[in-house]
Each structure stands twice: as C-alpha cells, then as structure tokens.
Design a binder for this molecule. Sequence first.
Ligand code: CA
Length: 219
Amino acid sequence: MRILLVEDDKIIGDGVVEGLGLDDYAVDWVENKRSALTALAANTYEFLILDLGLPDGSGLDVLRDVRQKGNDIPVLILTAYDTIQDKVKGLDGGADDYLIKPFDLDELRVRIRALSRRANGRSSPLLKTGDVTLDPAKRLVSRAGTPVNLGPKEFAILQTLMEKPGRVLSKAQIEDSLYGWDMEVESNTIEVHIHGIRKKLGKDCIQTVRHVGYKVEEA
Ligand code: CA
C-alpha cells in the first residue's frame, strides 16, 4: 500500500517512515502543503497521513482539496492541535481519523489497518480467496490452514490483490502500490514475485488476465 505522509517535523517524519516500513508500506514523505498537492496530483495513493500545522499553510487546505476533487482516500490527521474544535474541523472537513502527538507508532499502524480495511469495504480483519487466508496484522498467509512463508514483497503483492478481489490490477497499478517514488523497480519485478507466490501457494491462487493484469477470485 502506498501512503503519502505530509509532515514538516523531521524527527516525526523519520520515525513514521521507518515504522511504516516494517509493514512494507511504500511511504512518500513531503514536508509542506505545496508538495503535498503536487504529490497527490501526480500519484495514486491509498492512504494519507496529514499534519495540520505546515510551514506554508494548514493541512486542512490539503484535505479540502482532496475531497473537492472527489478523492475518497482514507485520511488520518496527525497533529499536536488537540482542542475539540480542531478535531471537529478535521473530521467535518472529511478526515477519517485523528491522532494526537505525541503518539504511539503501533497505534498509528493499527489505525491505518482499520481505516484501509473500511476503505476496501471490509469489516473482517482477515482476507480470503479460495483456501488462502491472509492476516495483515500478523503478516501471516496460510493455505488450507497450513502456514506458508512469503517474502515481504510477495506478501505485499498478494495483499494488494486480495484487498480488491475479482478486480484486475495492471502491473503498473501493483507497482505503484508497492513502491514509493525513490525506489527503482526492474521491469519484470512483479512477474518474478508472482511466480514466487504461485510456487508457494499453488498456480491457481493468482490469475493472469492476458494483456491486462492479475486478479484473485472473490472468496
Ligand atoms: Ca507541523
């Protein structure tokens, strides 16, 4: 999952990027409002973490812009402004959640999982397709009850597909979801990982839709 982090505090930004890297999220980090708007216009993100006090304005302006464009990306506001009025403004402005600094990184990770689950129209914490089950929180995959060890990128690709069962995702869409803007991706990387997943979970767990992309069946 690709996340845009808008945060001008270097220590917090570093901490969030490093912490979310543990979950293999691809995090693009910008430090002001202008870069946030540019990044949002140029890329497809699946989650937005938004500080409110930015050097060139308020994160609420970014939020307003996102919602005005009809972008329904989950937005979590991360801020030191902790009055009731600030919360009301943020949530009424279209944010989905609110976390006050200082915050616990584990709590941030849990909230990201919960919000993206909802954004994908899911209430169960587990993902299923056929006899394959994926647990995003514990980072476990099993087939017919037997645990299967996937590499981090294999896990991320399978999760990306399983979050949108029945939908065909192109190679470019999968790449966008997995890699931030500073990461180099070889042209055959996705194919190689999908080959790896199929070797471990069975050939039929991911379907190739010729000239379009890949999908998993709905559970
Ligand atoms: Ca700030």
